[in-house]
Design a protein around this ligand. Sequence first.
Ligand code: DGY
Length: 332
Amino acid sequence: MSKRWQAGRPVADPLVAVTRSKLPGRALEQLRKEARLRVWPHSERPDHAEIVALVQEADALVCQSSDRIDADLIAATSRLGIVSTVSVGFDHIDLAALDELGILATNTPGVLAESTADLTWALILAVARRLVEADHIVHDHAWVGDGYDLVPGIDVNGGTLGIIGFGSVGQAVARRAVGFGMQVLHHSRSGRPSELSTPVPLDELLRAADIVSLNVALNAETRGLIGERELRSMKPTAILVNTSRGAVIDQPALARALAGGWIYGAGLDVTAVEPVPANDPLLGLRNCVILPHVGSATVATRSRMAELAARNVIDALAGRLPAHVLNARPPD
Ligand code: DGY
């Protein structure tokens, strides 16, 4: 079967489907110079069936990490040659289905690690020093007296930070720990030593760390990595922070751990289901700070990501192999 994308074969009069009505930075402008655009017109994000309808005759798709790009969607397309996600994570894309038709997949690495590491630290401090509770006391006019007894937290400085997953985000989180005078441990697939941190087995990290930060990609190995056994092995004073993907944690087990005092608190930028359903037990727990998946959400970083995703599409449509291809063996 001929491959949908072939090196050296530019696409004539291409059509690019974009699953959001807006992209930050100059991404849409850059794409518009090279192609016709079919941009999702509503501010609410499209559901799966709506993305299928949007992409059908398109040559390229620009999508987000919350769009499921599965075999059914791919089967409904007739011309699609590239899926360009505006994210570094790509667990939402069925790469095998793309490979079968010779469709390229690309992502946006190298531009969001620092912003995501900043947010990881924001969560660590928010949980340790109970910032959300403290803010509510002030906004709810409940600050009376001198506030001396309000929201005592725990110290971050001088403790041990354990980082699970030591790619660019994990390393950026480690660099920031220097200023807090922390000992840093990490656990990663490669187990490579680092000047920033000491590699240790997962069980050792969980037992020793005061703060555990999850910075892994979601895949078959990491799905459900932190469950009841792992949570019970952590210190009762420990904090768990997740800025990777929600499914890395067994979420019902985490709710039990937080309610039962197995650990001190959790800071989550990601959850198993996003947005978090209204009846999720985590929402009733004050020792759990939850953010709406905003790790990379600064104007500058999101603009860089969108422009990189646009660049990947422009290169692919011109018959050039984009810089950030995810397929293990790109079509040629
Ligand atoms: C990513 O880039 O994977 C972030 O989680 C945003 O989706």
